[in-house]
Design a protein around this ligand. Structure first.
Ligand SMILES: Nc1nc2c(c(=O)[nH]1)N[C@H]1C(S)=C(S)[C@@H](COP(=O)(O)O)O[C@H]1N2
Ligand SMILES: [Mo]
Length: 320
């Protein structure tokens, strides 16, 4: 059981930006407190058939748009077009190959430069947090994007509770390694386990979200159950799935895609229409389910007002 700590962490207060400064309230839709049981009784829910399962979509999502006025992608798009190489490299593989994966029970190991390291049960991590629906665009480095109503809480809420010390300059995340349930971990398509990292101030930013669901319901296995990261202003691969380890470190961690191909992928991976991938332009994107690059890609994926000061003075052509 985790008790919310009273004293502030070792991170200096200048590094913790109060959410009011960065966030228009419209980015957050507070959970009205409706349980799933209530929602299932509603006669007005829409139903999406996904891989033989029917999924009730809570009615509060019906006419929602993103803060830029964009329509949400359907539950079907979000759960059948995935990148999760542990289950295969085709976009349809994760929804087809992840039904044997067991996201419960789940333990997250918190390690490194923190006052409160340890193995935390997921239920204990979630007990004191306030869950919210947050509509964020996911922009893949492959130049497609979706608008997704995630369900989760700020990573900062967890970080403050475990009290990083002043040596914690970066946060390193690891995906579970379970070859018996994740068939492509038996192959060498990527080095396993999948690793990602953030600078501590990026990790503390109020837009950085630990996600446990989509459309107000449980996160499907193919989307990274039971706990994954979303960093809205970065390319989608920073959003590491099925997290079992969060480590506070002094040195910049080597993330999986950089390990696999350091020429093509950097550590920061901020969405940047001006910096091309070595093999294609990043200026435009294909908003699924469209087949065309119909949308201009926005600097920091449209979240520049909130995050650009994190990179003040940095050459973003160099620090890709
Ligand atoms: N463990 C793990 N996490 C991962 C990936 C992966 O292959 N393995 N793919 C990443 C990529 S490239 C993207 S675009 C997003 C896709 O998230 P989604 O399938 O929920 O849309 O997950 C990211 N997280
Ligand atoms: Mo991606």
């Amino acid at each position: 059981m985790i008790i919310r700590s009273k004293k502030a962490s070792d991170i200096s207060s200048s590094e913790i930006t109060p959410p009011e400064i960065y966030l228009g309230r419209r980015r957050f839709i507070r959970d009205a407190g409706l349980g799933l049981a209530t929602l299932a009784l509603s006669g007005t829910t829409s139903t999406n058939e996904v891989a033989g399962q029917s999924q009730e979509i809570p009615p509060r999502f019906r006419n929602l748009k993103s803060e830029l006025g964009e329509d949400l992608n359907s539950y079907r798009d979000i759960t059948t077009y995935n990148n999760f190489y542990e289950f295969g490299t085709d976009k349809r593989d994760p929804s087809r190959n992840s039904s044997e994966f067991e996201p419960q029970p789940w333990t997250v190991s918190i390690e490194g430069h923190v006052n409160k390291p340890g193995n935390y049960e997921l239920d204990d991590i979630l007990a004191p947090v306030t869950m919210e629906d947050r509509i964020y665009r996911l922009r893949c480095v492959e130049a497609w994007s979706m608008v997704i109503p995630w369900h989760g809480f700020p990573l900062a809420d967890l970080i403050k509770r475990v009290e990083p010390t002043s040596n914690a300059k970066f946060v390193r995340f690891e995906t579970v390694h379970r070859p018996e349930q994740m068939p492509y971990q038996k192959t060498g398509v990527l080095p396993w386990p999948y690793v990602e990292g953030l600078r501590i101030d990026e990790a503390m930013h109020p837009l950085t979200t630990l996600v446990t669901g989509v459309y107000g319901t449980e996160l499907p296995n193919q989307n990274g159950a039971p706990l994954r990261l979303i960093v809205p202003w970065k390319y989608g691969f920073k959003g590491i799935k099925s997290i079992v380890k969060i480590e506070f470190v002094e040195e910049m961690p080597t993330n999986t895609w950089k390990m696999a191909n350091s020429f093509e992928y950097g550590f920061y991976s901020n969405v940047n229409p001006e910096v091309s991938h070595p093999r294609w332009s990043q200026a435009r994107e294909r908003r699924l389910p469209s087949l065309f690059k119909s949308h201009e890609t926005l600097m920091f994926n449209g979240y520049g007002e909130e995050v650009s000061q994190l990179y003040a003075g940095m050459d973003l052509h160099r620090w890709k």
